[in-house]
Design a protein around this ligand. Structure first.
Ligand SMILES: [Zn+2]
Length: 497
């Protein structure tokens, strides 16, 4: 057994994970029987468990372990006015250009020469720069580009099966972020839960963005799942510092999920690239492209922490007026302000928003957990060193001889007895070496083997995924033994007190 200082080789690129994910039932290309659907993916039996475990870890960390955050689950389709007053109808689009030489279509603001040096977003005329040949095609280097055009990235739909396709009264959108469902419920949550500022509201759910160029596996897809939290604070709070605090907390959380700090870095979003609602945004970047020679190009956003000011609560409120005294939002029926008993002041709370993606987190976790190891026979094995709390299966119960009814019966009984405590499976579809290899590859932290001797001494062998070390454990002590080794939190239903 080669268990001394094993040398692990990490995932060399995303493609390695795509292939493992498909081979082992984590993620499949969507609609494959019809040739697929551009950059859509389906989560298989192990992928859905991994996603659920990421979401549960997040929820437990924010909603259960802290005392200042509530959870909600709002609708995916909201009143269209939500998106009008949030600013998404007017501004949620990317500037696109076509290259007349190579016919590529691309994001103009990602191209070399688009921004004049040091200029603010509003300070220059993009089309003048495009026509002057200052902007370069990212594919062929030509400066023969069209003017930029804007397409809204929200998915449109019609409310009511009989609605006319062009009826503006029936127009609705699939939400492009879960955050707005939180803002419009701010008062409902604050009053029903008797909350005082500061407090937060968390939500997990699907969002939709009609990206022109999705890609890189589950990193950029048109349908994705968000874990967003809006943290409401006083207008005079130390907002910029609060951004740093949440950045630090999230970096710690990612480390707890098993992500190496060396693969994380912070990116202060430049002022001219900030979203319309943001005064400051820090992105936590992950090294999704370790194979790229240029260090700068190895990183992509894992999540962002934005200071959204009071923009959203104010926009959705009925009371604010403009310079002429006219209501800014004549459609709203509520004022989403907050009355501070201590200071007897009424104000619109400001918001710090950490917005993370389930899918991006899952990809980062998989890349960081991936390792290759060579055994003493010289065979290379894949080991997915998932943190126990994220592992889809916590323990696999394996019979050493599947033709022995007593051994099989005992193994199945052990599986059933463990199931209420932790996620366990029974597997007898191969020789023991193969079964171990398969469990290593899907990240199962413990294998429990039932052998001939088990029938005599009521004990089993517990094998560790990372060290391949084995230990004999009494069946009567097994559940407790496994739970101890699986900490933190083998089972969300059985949290430590
Ligand atoms: Zn081109």
């Amino acid at each position: 057994m080669n268990s001394v200082n094993p040398v692990f080789v990490p995932a060399p690129n995303i493609d390695t994970i795509v292939s493992l994910a498909k081979r082992r039932g984590f993620v499949f290309p969507s609609s494959e029987v019809y040739g697929g659907l551009g950059s859509a993916w389906d989560y298989g039996p192990l992928g859905v468990e991994l996603c659920n475990n990421v979401k549960q870890s997040w929820w437990r960390w924010l909603v259960y372990e802290r005392d200042d955050i509530e959870g909600i689950d709002s609708s995916i389709i909201l009143n269209r006015l939500v998106w009008q007053y949030s600013g998404h109808e007017a501004t949620f689009h990317d500037p696109l250009v076509d290259c007349r030489e190579c016919k590529s279509r691309m994001r103009a603001d990602k191209l070399e020469g688009y921004f004049p040096e040091g200029a603010h977003q509003a300070d220059f005329d993009a089309n003048a720069r495009l026509r002057a040949g200052l902007v370069k095609c990212s594919e062929c280097g030509s400066t023969n580009l069209t003017d930029e055009r804007h397409f809204n990235m929200m998915f449109r739909t019609m409310l009511g099966a009989a609605a006319d396709e062009n009826d503006p009264a029936a127009l609705a959108y699939l939400r492009p972020e879960t955050a707005q469902g939180i803002f419009i419920n701010f008062l409902n949550v604050q009053t029903t839960m008797r909350r005082k500022i500061p407090f937060g509201i968390a939500q997990v759910g699907k969002s939709f963005r009609n990206e022109i160029t999705p890609g890189n596996f589950i990193l950029r897809t048109r349908e994705f799942e968000q874990m967003e939290m809006e943290y409401f604070v006083k207008p005079d709070a130390e907002h910029l510092q609060l951004v740093d605090e949440w950045v630090e907390l999230y970096v710690e959380w990612f480390k707890e999920l098993g992500i190496d700090a060396a693969n994380l870095k912070l990116h202060e979003v430049p002022k001219d690239e900030l979203a319309h609602y943001s005064k400051r945004t820090v992105d936590i970047m992950y090294r999704y492209f370790p194979e790229r020679a240029e260090e700068e190009r190895q990183w992509e956003e894992l999540m962002g922490i934005a200071y959204r000011t009071d923009f959203d609560l104010r926009s959705h409120s009925s009371k604010p007026v403009d310079a002429e005294g006219n209501r800014v939002n004549p459609d709203s029926t509520e004022d989403l302000s907050y009355f501070d008993e201590a200071t007897k002041q009424r104000f619109y709370p400001h918001v710090i928003e950490p917005a993370a993606g389930v899918n991006r987190t899952v990809l980062a976790v998989l890349m960081d957990a991936y390792s290759e190891r060579t055994n003493d026979k010289g065979e290379t094995r894949v080991i997915l060193k998932l943190s126990p709390q994220l592992a889809p299966i916590k323990a696999a119960i394996l019979p050493l001889a599947k033709n022995k009814p007593e051994i099989v019966g005992m193994a199945k009984a052990i599986k059933r007895s463990l199931q209420p405590v932790l996620r366990a499976v029974y597997d007898d579809t191969g020789g023991i070496g193969k079964l171990y290899a398969r469990q290593d590859e899907i990240g199962t932290p413990m294998c429990v083997t039932v052998d001939h001797q088990s029938l005599e001494d009521e004990a089993v062998t517990v094998r560790d995924r990372d060290t391949w070390e084995q230990e004999r454990v009494k069946v009567s002590d097994l559940a407790e033994h496994l739970q101890k080794r699986l900490k933190p939190y083998p089972n969300p239903l059985l949290e430590p007190v």
